[in-house]
Design a protein around this ligand. Structure first.
Ligand code: AMP
Ligand code: ZN
Length: 459
């Protein structure tokens, strides 16, 4: 399996530290708002990578953090804490904000059939380990402090900026910061910050009541669950120049090591060729897509039309095409299920090899999908092909197995009525139960009462 490693700027053969097991870390969301479809692209990449690794036979130990404290409006320690800002916007406690948007995020992942990491780690539940981590960096001599902040001194490193390959001049000690932060070098960053009086999220520590700098959680939690050196670290390309450089700096200050061997970054999504932004009114959520009549799986299907390293341009036309493709794939799968043609084993093997080659070439999903279409287009129809498509679906995660013929499927409205009728019957509200039965009949359904509850059939 080959993957592109941002650290070495080339595609490399992947080799895990432990045979058969991959230890991996993904930078998760800051839970201060609904995830937009750009964010979701990042987690669909994560899903894709997990599934490809599993397809290759690896066990996974994968950590994703949930940032619920410490991420300031700018990644470079400026502005307000995003959680506090959201709390003010919605007149709520920051913990309530975190809980609410974290659950909304998980709902999105479930809707997209995303394979979740084994370990989900919330920053606020790991403050102690972060404090210990900072203390060790201090002990190792990589910090300095101002009245209210402990900073990481990037000039103490042999090199800062190994991922983005920054020039040494950019980070030379003494390249003074223009603004008044008390930083010595422009690339220095806050590890541990004294909380102002009005700051809600703060913890007692060796430096007074503090909160952690944003970058710290990933280093500390990665270390806690995966050790000083693990296999893969993933995130969005926006993480490369600051967040991941700082994670690497922290790990070097802590243990002398770069925490992960392979760094993978997913590119951005544009909408109609423009950056997603509130002012352009083009920030869409999964709910927006659903309201317009798309299924989450249509969006997932769309993601397979580009590789994760290329910028992706979201348009409604493209989403329409993805919807049509998904339907074609599902119908194609059902036809294979009904098929009785005999297929040579070698032919199956050939498709399988081509599919594996594509996914193992740095997750080349457009090529992998072309193999899927070749199967669907094949004149012969066979259960062997259906099984092969199900096997490929371990990587695609489109839940083909549970797809039913559209005619057999009840519309959502009818499913809802059936469940309301069962509730009414359970609470012996016979008038309501009869009312819903009549309503179902008027909509053209036969209604039957069974031990398991209401059963309806069209016609
Ligand atoms: P955040 O919750 O803001 O920390 O972002 C969560 C993830 O979404 C990060 O990995 C970002 O790199 C990623 N991300 C943010 N905007 C976009 C975008 N327009 N396209 C793709 N990924 C994005
Ligand atoms: Zn991170």
């Amino acid at each position: 399996m080959k993957i592109y490693n941002t650290l070495t700027r080339q595609k490399e053969e992947f080799k895990s530290n432990i045979e058969d097991e991959v230890r991996m870390y993904t930078c998760g969301p800051t839970v201060y708002n609904y995830a937009h479809i750009g964010n979701l692209r990042a987690y669909l990449f994560m899903d894709n990578l997990r599934r490809v690794l599993k397809y290759n036979g690896y066990k996974l130990k994968h950590v994703m953090n949930i940032t619920d404290v410490g991420h300031l409006v700018s990644d470079a320690d400026e502005g307000e804490d995003k959680m506090m800002k959201a709390a003010r916007r919605e007149n709520k406690d920051p913990y309530e904000i975190a809980e609410f948007y974290m659950n909304a995020f998980f709902k999105d992942l479930d809707d997209l059939n995303v394979d979740r990491p084994e370990i989900i780690a919330r920053a606020t539940e790991h403050i102690k380990i972060m404090e210990e981590y900072v203390k060790k960096i201090i002990e190792n001599g990589y910090t300095y402090q101002t009245d209210d902040t402990i900073y990481f001194d990037t000039s103490k490193l042999d090199k800062y900026g190994v991922l983005s390959n920054r020039k040494v001049e950019d980070q030379k000690a003494g390249a003074r910061v223009e603004f008044d932060t008390g930083k010595k070098n422009i690339s220095d960053f806050a590890l541990w910050i004294k909380a102002p009086e009005n700051h809600i999220m703060k913890w007692d520590s060796f430096f007074g009541k503090c909160y952690p700098g944003w970058h710290l959680e990933c280093s500390a939690m990665g270390y806690k669950y995966l050790g000083e050196n693990f296999d893969i670290h993933t995130g969005g390309i926006d993480h490369i120049p600051i967040h991941h450089e700082n994670e690497i700096a922290q790990s070097k200050g802590f243990s002398g090591k770069i925490p992960a061997n392979y760094w993978m970054h997913v590119n951005f999504m544009l909408v109609n060729g423009e950056k997603m932004s509130k002012s352009l009114g083009n920030v869409y959520t999964l709910s927006d897509l659903k309201e317009k009549g798309y299924e989450p799986m249509d969006f997932k299907m769309l993601m397979f039309t580009s590789t994760y390293r290329s910028q992706m341009n979201f348009t409604w036309d493209a989403l329409d095409s993805a919807k049509v493709s998904l339907q074609r794939l599902r119908e194609g799968y059902l036809k294979e299920l009904d098929g009785n043609d005999r297929i040579d084993e070698l032919e199956i093997k050939d498709y399988e090899n081509r599919f594996s080659e594509a996914i193992n070439d740095d997750l080349n999903m457009p090529v992998a999908m072309s193999v899927v279409w070749d199967i669907i287009k094949n004149q012969k129809k066979s259960k062997d092909f259906a099984n092969l498509l199900l096997k490929f679906d371990e990587v695609l995660g489109l839940d083909l197995k549970n797809y039913k013929k559209q005619d057999d499927k009840l519309p959502d409205e009818i499913v809802e009525l059936v469940s309301k009728r069962d509730e009414a019957r359970n609470s012996k509200d016979w008038a309501e139960s009869d009312r819903i039965r009549d309503l179902l009949i008027s909509k053209g359904y036969k209604v039957q009462d069974t031990k398991e509850g209401t059963v309806v059939k069209k016609g």
